[in-house]
Design a binder for this molecule. Structure first.
Ligand code: FE2
Ligand code: FE2
Length: 506
């Protein structure tokens, strides 16, 4: 019924009315949308106003003639139809290329400017989200009534009496603030806050210039409908391949490439392969060299060039109609501080010479068929996960949600380094439609306020280090986003791509 409704809508969009008999006829058809999609738009001069059953019959005939004329696509393997080939690639990189932009020397003034930029960008977001009555901290000190301020948290701790104390700062000054212990729901909100994030505080100035907090607002995403594409295509998302490591799951990964080429999988799995138009790789392509002490003992390939050579050979196997988007991670041979520049193409034997490769930094914001796609490796997640209650290495979707709520990919200036660019490129200025990250080697999926979130796992089996700390990675799983339906599927290459391989994530 849904399909019929869509088909009728399509006809109306072309400028025609639809007779009840036509609707009955469409109900009998298996794929009514396919039939009507080629109906030509009504010309102004045309006196024809209604689509009748005979028009549909005529259209079916025309469609058939057209398909008969088209040569059938043949490729190696058993994949006969590749719908994604029919669509031109539509890809645009929206954010600036950090590798060319970087002016930071890592000096104090750079950090001051970087934090100013963060504050100003998130201040704007908060105001656009309704916090437009906020006053400056220097003025807050003089007021006695209920007010709002927008500030960056510089310190936060629980007192021994159960209150939460914090210091917040804006460009005009610093303020001490307190959530009284009896405000349980607000205390709970502080369990989700981290240092260096920008929030709005509601409350009043109490004694000794201590601001008493009544409520806390995060910049958060606006509530939106999930955005989908006209084209029935799919994006395969992956990361953390770790080529060169003794623990790289070569067989699983090579099976993934075979599936992409249509040489593996059951009917449904092959159909999905035919829809893949993009493959995003969110960093940690190789295991790298000298990333942690005594890493060489765990390397099969100890030369970084050989690791990238192997990667290029794999990428060459991917059919040209699939655009490969490649970003860096902390194991790749580029600056490890966020934002990371793109991996120099010459490091991967001039990989950009392949016709279907786009190199990006981390983070990167792209537009694909009208969808905003945010790709970020996820290095900051190690700092955020221990700080908030809603996230853990078992539950990575909590950390993706946190970064969206605070509208910042790397809020804590902590262990994981940040390059203090004069402009803070880590603020999530525009709400993404798809947010793809990696790094924690654990698959996670979420749909949050109109954003599809995917953490794409790994192709590296559990390492001795992970065993020691009790981390349970989920290798060999491939999340795929069908953009027309806004649906996430997962293929399990770790389970030999068996019948239960395609799992839909709600
Ligand atoms: Fe990794
Ligand atoms: Fe990583």
């Amino acid at each position: 019924m849904e399909k019929v409704r869509e088909a009728v809508k399509k006809i109306r969009e072309k400028g025609y009315l639809v007779s009840p008999k036509t609707i009955d006829m469409l109900k009998e058809e298996e794929n009514p949308l396919e039939i009507v999609k080629n109906i030509e738009e009504k010309e102004e001069s045309s006196s024809k106003a209604i689509i009748e059953p005979e028009d549909i019959e005529e259209q079916i005939k025309k469609n058939k003639e057209e398909t008969d004329e088209k040569p059938k696509t043949k490729i190696k393997g058993k994949l006969k139809q590749i719908p994604s080939k029919e669509h031109e690639k539509e890809i645009e990189i929206i954010n600036k290329d950090i590798s060319k932009e970087s002016r930071s020397k890592g000096e104090v003034e750079d950090f001051v400017e970087n934090f100013k930029s963060r504050y100003n960008k998130i201040y704007k977001i908060l105001r656009s989200r309704g916090e437009n009555s906020a006053v400056k901290i220097e003025n807050a000190k003089k007021k006695n009534e209920k007010i709002k301020v927008i500030g960056l948290i510089t310190e936060m701790k629980s007192t021994k009496n159960g209150h939460v104390f914090m210091k917040v700062e804006d460009p005009t000054g610093l303020m001490k603030a307190l959530v009284p212990k009896n405000k349980k729901s607000i205390i709970e909100k502080t369990d989700e806050l981290v240092n260096d994030e920008v929030i709005a505080l509601e409350g009043h100035m109490g004694n000794n210039n201590l601001f008493i907090i009544n409520n806390i607002h995060c910049p958060d995403l606006p509530v939106r409908e999930l955005k989908t594409t006209e084209e029935d295509i799919a994006i395969a998302t992956t990361s953390d391949i770790h080529i060169g490591s003794n623990y790289f799951l070569k067989e699983n990964f090579e099976n993934f490439l075979k599936w992409l080429k249509g040489e593996k999988g059951n009917k449904r799995q092959r159909e999905l392969a035919g829809k893949i138009k993009y493959l995003t790789i969110a960093g940690d392509i190789v295991d790298g060299v000298g990333i942690y002490p005594e890493q060489e003992k765990e390397l099969e390939l100890t030369d970084i060039y050989l690791q990238y050579k192997q990667f290029k050979e794999y990428m060459e196997e991917i059919p040209d109609h699939i655009e490969i988007i490649i970003g860096p991670g902390n194991h790749d041979a580029v600056n490890k501080a966020d934002p990371q520049p793109k991996i120099p193409p010459e490091l991967i034997e001039n990989i950009e010479e392949l016709p279907n490769v786009t190199m990006i930094g981390s983070p990167a914001l792209l537009k694909i068929h009208g969808l905003r796609l945010l790709v970020y490796h996820g290095t900051s997640f190690d700092d955020i996960i221990p700080q908030i209650k809603s996230a853990s290495y078992e539950n990575v979707k909590g950390v993706l949600r946190k970064t969206l709520k605070s509208r910042h990919l790397h809020p804590i200036y902590g262990e994981k380094p940040i390059t203090p660019e004069r402009e803070d490129h880590l603020v999530i200025e525009k709400a993404p439609d798809i947010y793809h990250s990696g790094h924690v080697h654990k698959n996670g999926y979420d749909k949050y306020r109109g954003t599809i979130c995917v953490n794409s796992g790994t192709w590296q089996e559990k390492t001795p280090f992970q065993r020691r700390i009790g981390h349970k990675p989920t290798p060999g799983r491939l999340p795929i986003i069908e953009t027309k339906k806004g649906k996430i599927n997962v293929l399990r290459f770790d389970q030999g791509l068996n019948e239960e391989g395609v799992k839909e994530k709600k």
